[in-house]
Design a protein around this ligand. Sequence first.
Ligand code: GLU
Length: 456
Amino acid sequence: MTTATTSTGPAIDQSLQHVYAEVLRRNPGEHEFHQAVEEVLASLGPVVRRHPHYLAERVIERLCEPERQIIFRVPWTDDAGQVQINRGFRVEYSSVLGPYKGGLRFHPSVLLGTVKFLGFEQIFKNALTGLPIGGGKGGSDFDPKGRSDAEVMRFCQSFMTELYRHLGEYTDVPAGDIGVGGREIGYLFGQYKRITNRYEAGVLTGKGLAWGGSRARKEATGYGTVYFANEMARHAGLSLAGHDVVVSGSGNVAIYAIEKVTELGGRVVACSDSSGYVVDERGIDLDLLKDIKEVRRERIGQYAKERTSARFVDRGCIWDVPCEIALPCATQNELDEEAATTLVKNGLDIVAEGANMPCTPGAVRVFQEAGVLFGPGKAVNAGGVATSALEMQQNASRDTWTFEYTDNRLAAIMHNIHERVVSTAEDYGRPGDYVFGANASGFTAVADAMLAMGVI
Ligand code: GLU
């Protein structure tokens, strides 16, 4: 069969090109959504050759169309008494494996296409966990940066006043993502409880520890990312210990990735936020970073002001910092072809995506051509949503688990995802191709469930 290649992206098999053309036609201007779909379709050629009924039953076309998309107005009043208007979204993408599950992102860049790309990725990520969760995503173009707690609360209350009617522990279960952490989940849960008059703990995950939260949810995405990177290293006869690691970002995912890398003997030499990055040859001081980011909510430059071994760089690119292991944990398309080329030149061995789609298609190609081990986000960062599913289990059984028990389960889940991805890639004659293994394995699980349920 012949294939066609886009300028920088992967090749989509001839048999699936009409599907992609239709996605482009129906979703104009939604570049991130196109990119996420293209990346999955580019893996599916060998899968539909082996299982032609997926094509005949038009499973892939169905999966490119979300089950439901909700867009709503979020009006609220700021501290100056001024009315503000934001846009809220929830894309309920696929519920064949369980209730819609996925985070909410509050960031000024959020558009419908952003939420659709994240929702699409989430379906396959959630399938890889092996837990009963469907895929969805939501958010708003609200920017929490610089807003007071009271403003964030009023925004969250307004957001939930519309969204609550679409949620439920058996229907749709949001959590956090960029701009949505424990504070926001608290306000959202409080409003849900108030409107519905129900203490339905399993309707949101990432809750506080005193009111139904999982003990390891905050740490889970970052820890899981490093557990996965560690599995990749081990599988290739490498190790994280004694190596330099660059972690982009300094939010929830990055902080706990840094914590786990350090625990496993790696040295994190740089991290960042949207204002720039810091380099610290002595290794990032986690207590200081947590204080600046989690408590004081300050910019990353502050770290260099308080730590003599560190310097702040407000231009250029964090990927210029030499390392053997790169963990992009900030946001989509943060690591491009040029950055990838620099990393490869500097002796990179492993990339594991803690964020969702942080590497551009061109960057992924550079890594794969250079023989760098590349772990895609939908496998690598699945520990966050997996631990959300564990939180739902605790809520359903009105139980609380210890940190240790939850963390052990997380590590086992990441081990299983790694096995599943590696063995799928090998089964199709593509050993070491984590992108293919993750897409083929996640897709097959969803497609088989869809087919079993008829035309839905
Ligand atoms: N937002 C996270 C993700 O990208 C977590 C979602 C969840 O816990 O539901 O997977």
